[in-house]
Design a binder for this molecule. Structure first.
Ligand code: NAD
Ligand code: MG
Length: 388
C-alpha cells in the first residue's frame, strides 16, 4: 500500500486527488489530510479514508474538528505547528495543494522525509525554487509537477535530452476577461473575475487566471523546474484549453500535450508515475472539436506577464517578493479595497519599493519568509494609500 498525505485536501486539487484515490481505496494508506475552514469536508474525508490524522490550519477550529471526528479513529490537530508535524510524518507520496506561500514549509518537510512530492503549489517554486530543488536532491526525494502545463512539459520530455530543448510554450486560456474591452477591466467585479471559462478551480487561482498572474507564476515555475532560461519560455493564448503546453526541440519539432481541461489527468499522472494508468477523464473527439485557436498574449492587457520577466531577470528572492505582493493584492481585490487593474500596479510598486537587500539575501527558508513578510507589509501599505 502506498502511504499518502494530502496537504490542502479540502480544496479543488485536494478533492480531485481524493476522487482518484477513492476509486482504489485498497491501494492507499492515508497518513494526513489537511485543510483550514471547511471542517465538515475535512472530517468526512478523514473518516471515510481512515486517515491517521486530520489537521486544520486554523487554530481556533480544533474543537470543531474534534467534534466532527467524534467516534472515528482519526487524530485531530490544529495550527501551523500541527501542520508541520503532519508534514513530517513519513509518507511515500504527498500532494502539495495548499494555496499560496503557506504551502512552502509543509512541502519542504515532506521532501526532507524523502517523500515524492506532487507539486500543485506552484508558489513554492516561485518563492524558493532553488531551495526546493536542493532539498529534494539532498534527501533523494522526487518532485513531480501537477500544474497542468508543467505536467504536460514533463510528459513531452520523457525520453528526451533537456539539452535538445529550444523552447517551452505554455498555454493560457486567457481567463475571464480575454475578450473584454480594455477600458472595462478597471471595473471588473469579483463575481466576474471568479468565473473561469474552462477550468473549475479554487477562487484565488481563478482570479489569477483572469489577471494572468497565474501564468506569470507558471512562467517562473517553468524556469525553476526545468532549468531553462527565461528567453526559452513563451506564453501562448489558447482559448480552448486543450493543448496544455508544447516543447520545441532543436530539430524544429514541437511536441504538444493535448487533453481535456481536467486536473485529474495531471494529478493521476503524478500519482501513478512512472506508469500510466486508466484515468476517469474525457477522451477528446478532435473531429467534433474541429478547430483549436491560438493568439499572442497582450502585455498591455496582462501586465503580470511583463512583471514575471522582471522577476526572472532580478533573480534572488524576487520571486518570493512577487508572490507575496501578488497574494496581498489579490486579497485586496477580493476584500473590495482594490480595483482589478490595481493588483498589477501594487505588485509593480512593491518590486520597486522594497529594500533590495531582501531580494539579494542568500536563499534560506528564513530569508524567504522574511522577504515574504516585508513584501506583504509593503503591499498592504500601498493598498491602504491607494484605497485611502
Ligand atoms: P483551493 O482554494 O480550492 O484550496 C486550497 C486548500 O488550501 C484548501 O484545502 C484550504 O483549506 C488550504 N489552505 C488555504 N489557506 C491555507 C493556509 N494558510 N494554511 C494551510 N492551508 C490552507 O485551491 P486550489 O485551486 O485547489 O489550488 C491549490 C494549489 O494548486 C494552488 O497553489 C494552485 O495554484 C494550484 N493549482 C490549482 C489548480 C486547480 O485546478 N485548482 C491547477 C493548477 C495548480
Ligand atoms: Mg496551470
Amino acid at each position: 500500500m502506498k502511504k499518502i498525505s494530502i496537504f490542502g485536501a479540502t480544496g479543488s486539487i485536494g478533492q480531485n486527488t481524493i476522487d482518484l484515490i477513492s476509486r482504489d481505496p485498497d491501494a492507499y494508506d492515508v497518513v494526513a489530510l489537511t485543510g483550514s475552514s471547511n471542517i465538515a469536508q475535512l472530517a468526512a474525508d478523514a473518516r471515510r479514508l481512515n486517515a491517521d490524522v486530520a489537521v486544520t490550519a486554523d487554530e481556533s477550529r480544533l474543537d470543531d474538528l474534534r467534534d466532527a471526528l467524534k467516534g472515528a479513529q482519526v487524530e485531530a490537530a490544529a495550527g501551523q505547528g500541527a501542520l508541520i508535524d503532519a508534514a513530517c510524518r513519513p509518507a511515500d507520496w504527498v500532494m502539495s495543494a495548499i494555496v499560496g506561500a503557506a504551502g512552502l514549509q509543509p512541502g519542504i518537510c515532506a521532501l526532507e522525509q524523502g517523500a515524492t512530492l506532487a507539486l500543485a503549489n506552484k508558489e513554492s517554486l516561485v518563492c524558493a525554487g532553488a531551495l526546493i530543488l536542493d532539498t529534494a536532491a539532498r534527501h533523494n526525494a522526487r518532485l513531480l509537477p501537477v500544474d497542468s502545463e508543467h505536467s504536460a512539459v514533463f510528459q513531452a520530455l520523457v525520453g528526451e535530452d533537456l539539452k535538445a530543448v529550444e523552447r517551452i510554450v505554455i498555454t493560457a486560456s486567457g481567463g475571464a476577461f480575454r475578450d473584454w474591452p480594455m477600458d472595462k477591466l478597471a471595473n471588473a467585479t469579483l463575481a466576474e473575475a471568479s468565473n473561469h471559462p474552462n477550468w473549475n478551480m479554487g477562487q484565488r487561482i481563478t482570479i489569477d487566471s483572469a489577471s494572468m498572474f497565474n501564468k506569470a507564476l507558471e512562467v517562473i515555475e517553468t524556469r525553476e523546474y526545468f532549468g531553462v532560461s527565461p528567453d526559452q519560455i513563451e506564453v501562448l493564448v489558447h482559448p480552448e484549453s486543450m493543448i496544455h503546453a508544447l516543447v520545441g526541440f532543436h530539430d524544429g519539432a514541437l511536441m504538444a500535450h493535448v487533453g481535456p481541461p481536467d486536473m485529474r489527468h495531471a494529478i493521476g499522472y503524478a500519482l501513478h508515475w512512472p506508469q500510466r494508468r486508466n484515468l476517469p477523464v474525457e477522451r477528446l473527439d478532435l473531429a467534433a472539436i474541429g478547430a483549436l485557436t491560438f493568439r499572442a498574449p497582450d502585455e498591455q492587457r496582462w501586465p503580470a506577464l511583463r512583471l514575471a520577466r522582471e522577476v526572472m531577470a532580478r533573480r534572488g528572492l524576487a520571486g518570493a517578493v512577487f508572490n507575496a505582493a501578488k497574494e496581498t493584492a489579490l486579497s485586496g481585490f477580493i476584500d473590495g479595497h482594490l480595483r482589478f487593474t490595481q493588483m498589477a500596479e501594487v505588485v509593480d510598486a512593491v518590486l520597486n519599493q522594497i529594500d533590495p537587500s531582501h531580494i539579494d539575501a542568500p536563499m534560506t527558508l528564513d530569508t524567504v519568509m522574511v522577504a515574504d513578510h516585508i513584501a506583504r507589509q509593503t503591499a498592504q501599505t500601498i493598498i491602504e494609500q491607494t484605497a485611502g
